[in-house]
Design a protein around this ligand. Sequence first.
Ligand SMILES: NC(=O)c1ccc[n+]([C@@H]2O[C@H](COP(=O)([O-])OP(=O)(O)OC[C@H]3O[C@@H](n4cnc5c(N)ncnc54)[C@H](O)[C@@H]3O)[C@@H](O)[C@H]2O)c1
Length: 360
Amino acid sequence: MSITYNYEYSRKLRVCFIGAGQHAFRNIFPTFAFAPVELTAVCDLDPERAGNCARLFGALRTYTSHLEMLAKEKPDLVFIVTSYDAQGLPVYPALAMDCLRAGAHAWIEKPPAGTSAEIREMMRVSAETGRHVAVGLKKMFFPANLKAKGLSERPSFGRINCITARYPQQLPPHEERADNHKMVYFLDHMVHPHSVLLLLGGPLESLFVTRSASGAATVSLRFKSGAIGNLILSHGQSGSSFFERTEIIGEGENVVVDNNIRVTLYRSGRQTAGYGRSGDYFSLYEDESGPLHWEPEFSLGQLHNKGLFLLGYAPEVIHYTTRLLEGKGPEYGTLEDALEMLLIYEAYRKPDGHVHFIGK
Ligand SMILES: NC(=O)c1ccc[n+]([C@@H]2O[C@H](COP(=O)([O-])OP(=O)(O)OC[C@H]3O[C@@H](n4cnc5c(N)ncnc54)[C@H](O)[C@@H]3O)[C@@H](O)[C@H]2O)c1
């Protein structure tokens, strides 16, 4: 992936921004250095926050009403990085549909909604207005995850048999799961492991949850492809630990992604010595079929070793904005992907110890 700097694009989208909070300031506005966008205005309910972002990131005007901003600025695309309402539900669907109806495309952060019904409503308005919505499912854009996906699609990998993933997340007890406020943290984060699983394994057919007394969980998964999987919600681990480890197992090969940066492919190969005969593990297989390993260097001031790229933020924004300029919607982080996330979320809200079929 070769990167173009903002000032090198010959065509740009006219862009507005709703929600100038911490995440927007830290991770989303900075991606504009590498995307075909012209930031014209920033809106936040807090005018000081809007002003801070506008000054630093070069917007010309600020607003405290997004409706006024949409009417006056007539943007091509609006980034929305807000939060939850008083009912504990994400405010993205209502804001995104205001943008679509004003003739703009929308990019919304996760979690995209609190119910699958709201995603279906956004799909309906998107189809009606002919405007796209992309969702910040950043893990679908991590270079390490995309590399693992590509490796698992090589003919030598065979069909995916199983996928295991781990993510530190606490699942509230069942009696609290109808309470949106008690579910905020879970809803906020469950899209991370599940968007990786969607990227690698495709849609789920069912899940089965077993929860520990304090809220860790093991989740048995069956993908529509016929593959199976297991997600460990590793609540209780140290804050200084790595978060994630993902493994895809095919037919004679497997690939491991450690800490979202180290990718190892264990290749299929011919064994050179019989069982009990090899005196060292290097000559057990021919070098040509030994494992392959990638990880970034952290010496040079490159793009590929920046968190902005490693954590998918710049790639997801570049992906959406460049596709919009080609007249296309997103390929990843679509409303269909968001619907899958919310259907899975709704399955988690049901009692443990049952097989829940996704979307049924
Ligand atoms: N993908 C990630 O890695 C990641 C990381 C952190 C946060 N997030 C997500 O980003 C979002 C924002 O998180 P944050 O920590 O920056 O929150 P925050 O509270 O710091 O920022 C939200 C901002 O939105 C503004 N806002 C809310 N409703 C608005 C409206 N109707 N019009 C204008 N402005 C409005 C608020 O005034 C606030 O400034 C959340 O959805 C969160 O889940 C994603």
